[in-house]
Design a protein around this ligand. Sequence first.
Ligand code: NAP
Length: 285
Amino acid sequence: MAAEIIDGKQIAGRVRIAVARDVEAFTKEFDGARPGLATILVGDDPASAVYVGGKQKACKEVGMEGSNFPLPADTAREDVVALIERLNADPQVNGILLQLPLPEHLDGVELTGMIDPGKDVDGLTPVSAGLLALGREGLRPCTPAGVMTLLEAAGAQLEGAEAVVIGRSNLFGKPMAQLLLGANATVTMCHSRTRDLAGVCRRADVLIAAVGRAKMVKADWVKPGAVVIDVGMNRTDDGLCGDVDFDAVSEVAAAITPVPGGVGPMTIAFLLRNTLQAARMARGT
Ligand code: NAP
């Protein structure tokens, strides 16, 4: 059996078209105002610079205002705090994104926590995490929110299903588990200390891997007919690959995301969606 390939690029394209349409409606409704995203990039990590550049470009493509605030790698904590406070107070800025990871001397969790929760388009502040845990409305982390849309597009039945998430990061694994729980799946979270990882994975109707280990998930870890989402992005000698052994698992799963072209494109699409949502929240709509 060859699995259906879940085309994240195409699905993300649809999300972006919908956001662009809604941005136009927002601009008409609010006398030409445009939702605005501010990104903060500390240091000169080339991968982070590429990510921030992509986010800014995507912003402009859907008609939003984008502004980037680059800071040198040795910026003092107080200066980053001052910038976050300035952006928190700026009514033109609806979304603030502090690009992670930060240089060693800065604490990403502490600084992210200083972003106004109403502008937390990455959904990573303690307030956003708390709202998600409580099942209350709020800004959701972009990658797990994007995965929920991929699962819907693949026709995955979540209610009552066994969902297994490998990886328990604050950025992805924990919010992913919360979203699945909110959709009434029975959720198991796995991590580096999980006993019999393969056995736990084999129970999954929906298997989501976010580890950062190339091709770790093998075909005999996957229940026939499962939906498999590969969040991993690993650079190998053969190029970019995911955490799932794609070719072999495709023979067992009902549906699977490729890497690249699966989860990756959803992250930026949901950042745009969150920025629009934050702009609407700021206007009380
Ligand atoms: P992370 O913070 O490094 O977390 C990795 C998780 O994997 C940890 O919970 C760790 O367990 C677990 N783990 C490590 N080795 C394991 C093993 N042998 N067996 C089982 N679990 C193991 O990573 P992350 O930020 O969540 O990212 C994970 C991957 O997703 C990376 O490849 C990253 O590039 C990718 N990613 C992609 C996107 C996107 O937009 N496509 C977004 C986010 C992340 P412990 O907690 O016990 O250490």
